[in-house]
Design a protein around this ligand. Structure first.
Ligand code: S5P
Length: 254
């Protein structure tokens, strides 16, 4: 199996190349899902956990005291600690609408988020719309091929059609939100949410698998961990545990 950085040499999207090289350089396949609602909480995570992660995943629209300064600070930490920013926007509208949602409004996602994601439910037009905005900036898009939640409709034929849409847009689509590796293509990066050190779930349908199962058995590339880390008594110590578990699982695979 190829290493992350060997895969980088085969890809064309600048964000995919950057991310794959970064993971091997920094020895981490951990993405933190920083689902907090205040600016200072988000920036604390970015600064304290930044050295442990390859990606900081945001839901920028849940920040109660959002302002443009937050975006400048996030970019500063991304450079300082060498991680990418992933706005988990889950776009789901027609191409013309998502273009505006991606570049305009108050969040201007395309200006600061290296990576964003989209549902494939509208069909390929959503990728075209996002691509017009993101590709000139060198950004990368993930498609939601599967979801971690109980009862998800993203399965079977829906997942198959999503893979096809990605293959037809390899310049911009850099991978998937998925529970497992779905196609053996080194340029698609698989990111998996619903990860904790113990299996289980929450009361709202989330389901958890371990880093080992996700990376080693299911051959995903990146673990996305939220509450397992930021709700711990010592988030930094917990992040180190997830980082190590994710990296060991990757090493045992290569
Ligand atoms: O299928 C999905 C897709 C995503 S991006 N299931 C998910 O849970 N996510 C996101 O991953 C979700 O929006 C949240 O930010 C994170 C999981 O958080 P946790 O606290 O359950 O680890």
């Amino acid at each position: 199996m190829l290493s992350y950085s060997q895969r980088a040499d085969l890809c064309s999207n600048p964000t995919a190349i950057h991310l794959l090289k970064l993971m091997d350089r920094k020895k981490t396949n951990l993405c933190i899902a920083a689902d907090v609602v205040m600016k200072d909480e988000l920036l604390k995570i970015a600064d304290e956990l930044g050295p442990e992660i390859c990606i900081l995943k945001t839901h920028i629209d849940i920040i109660a005291d959002f302002d443009a300064d937050l975006l400048i600070e996030l970019q500063r930490f991304s450079e300082k600690h060498d991680f990418l920013l992933f706005e988990d926007r889950k776009f789901a509208d027609i191409g013309n609408t998502v273009k505006y949602q991606y570049q305009d409004g108050i969040y201007n996602i395309a200006d600061w988020a290296h990576i964003t994601n989209a549902h494939s439910v509208p069909g390929p037009g959503i990728i075209q719309g996002l691509k017009e905005v993101g590709l000139p900036r060198g950004r990368g898009l993930l498609l939601l091929a599967e979801m971690s939640s109980k009862g998800t409709l993203a399965k079977g034929n829906y997942t198959e059609e999503t893979l096809k849409m990605a293959q037809e847009n390899k310049d911009f689509v850099i991978g998937f939100i998925t529970m497992r590796q779905l196609i053996d293509d080194p340029c698609f990066i698989n990111m998996t949410p619903g990860v904790q050190l113990a299996t289980g779930g929450d009361t709202l349908g989330q389901q958890y698998y371990t880093p080992e199962k996700v990376i080693k058995e299911n051959k995903s590339d990146i673990i996305i961990v939220g509450r397992g880390i930021y709700e711990a008594d010592n988030p930094l110590a917990e992040a180190k545990k997830y980082r190590e578990a994710g990296w060991l699982a990757y090493q045992s695979r290569t």
